[in-house]
Design a protein around this ligand. Structure first.
Ligand code: SF4
Length: 345
């Protein structure tokens, strides 16, 4: 590299470029790089090149459908769907016709997955019924995004048609949430045990989080071999108790996305960023989440009418940054192959 990088940074980027992953000290050294410096741009270019080499040109869109709005009693401090936020005072679940319409729209627009999210107090039996409903309505792979589960519940999710499970140990887990990190990690193990694909993101990142706690969650994603990981910044909804901390910029998110990508090495099948933005798509991310329905970042019941970006916008972002949103998802390749096998047998 002829950019006059320091030898230490050049060595770390060389290891990252080879897909070997990074250790904690190496990731922390990258966290300390100034945002607008040449080394930071070299970091982002290295992550970008690794993703383009490993993922081909494929840009992924995993379509988020927030199934219900509710005053959730768990009261995670970064979430708008809480009792304490006082934004939503009644529990409302979007009806079956609306959920099917969203799923069909996403399928028609080339979504690679449906990410079905509920609040933490949503009944699992109802969630399973919605899974069966959408499994019958569309061929798009279903990813669950709900509360912690047991092995038996994981088997139920598989039987209902889910193939993946999004689950994160959130930043500030146990501090800004009432849930213990150990419980969240136990669920990740359940997901792996039952054969669901584990989807992850390091989230919701704010300026107050220490580099060590961010990096430790990047390393957790590598340790448990996430199908994808990446970075989501915290959005401070109107009246959020986190407002005093502010928010990180898209450029800061792109830097973190790049570090996370090099930490993951040759393990992931995609790398995500949220909310959708162009900067992270040139720093190792290739996966976006268009959104409808409820969102913990929004004060509107249907984020499709609020902050949420549509799939057309995400497809445009991909193409603007040199990713191709058409074509088979890397995250579900094995499923496509088994479908093909079933069709031919
Ligand atoms: S993040 Fe989930 S569990 Fe926490 S308050 Fe919001 S809906 Fe409830």
């Amino acid at each position: 590299m002829s950019w006059n990088l320091s030898p230490a940074v050049a060595d770390i980027l060389k290891q990252g470029a080879a897909g070997e992953g990074l250790n904690r000290d190496q990731a922390l050294a990258l966290m300390a790089l100034p945002l607008h410096g040449r080394e930071c741009y070299a970091l982002m270019q290295t992550a970008d090149a690794l993703s383009r080499e490993r993922f081909g040109r494929k840009g992924e869109n995993h379509f988020h459908i927030g199934i219900n709005v509710a005053p959730c009693p768990l009261n995670c401090r970064f979430c708008s769907l809480t009792v304490k936020a006082g934004i939503f005072t009644e529990a409302v679940t979007f009806d079956d016709a609306q959920l099917v319409a969203w799923a069909r729209q996403a399928e028609a627009q080339g979504a690679d997955a449906l990410n079905l999210m509920t609040t933490g107090n949503f009944p699992l039996a109802r969630f399973l019924a919605i899974g069966r409903l959408l499994k019958a309505a569309v061929a798009t792979p279903l990813v669950a995004n709900t509360r912690d589960i047991t092995h038996a519940e994981g088997e139920d999710l598989l039987a209902a048609g889910f193939v993946g499970f999004y689950h994160a140990v959130r930043l500030g887990e146990g501090r800004d949430t009432p849930l213990k990190p150990e419980k969240r990690i136990a669920t990740i193990q359940v997901i792996k045990d039952v054969g669901l694909r584990w989807m992850n993101c390091v989230e919701p990142v704010g300026p107050e989080h220490r580099p060590e706690e961010i990096v430790d969650l990047m390393l957790l994603a590598r340790q448990y071999r996430a199908t994808y990981s990446g970075i989501m910044r915290r959005i401070n909804f109107p009246g959020s108790p986190m407002t005093e901390h502010g928010m990180i910029s898209e450029l800061q998110m792109a830097k973190l996305t790049a570090i996370s990508r090099l930490v993951m090495g040759d393990i992931p099948l995609a790398h995500c960023t949220h909310e959708p933005n162009g900067a992270a798509l040139m720093a190792g991310a290739n996966l976006l989440f268009p959104e409808v329905g409820s969102s913990p970042r929004d004060g509107r019941a249907d984020t499709g009418q609020g902050r949420g970006q549509g799939i057309d916008r995400c497809r445009t972002l991909h193409r603007e940054m040199g990713w191709e949103p058409d074509g088979a998802s890397n995250c579900f390749r094995a499923i496509d192959e088994s479908r093909k096998w079933k069709a031919e047998s």
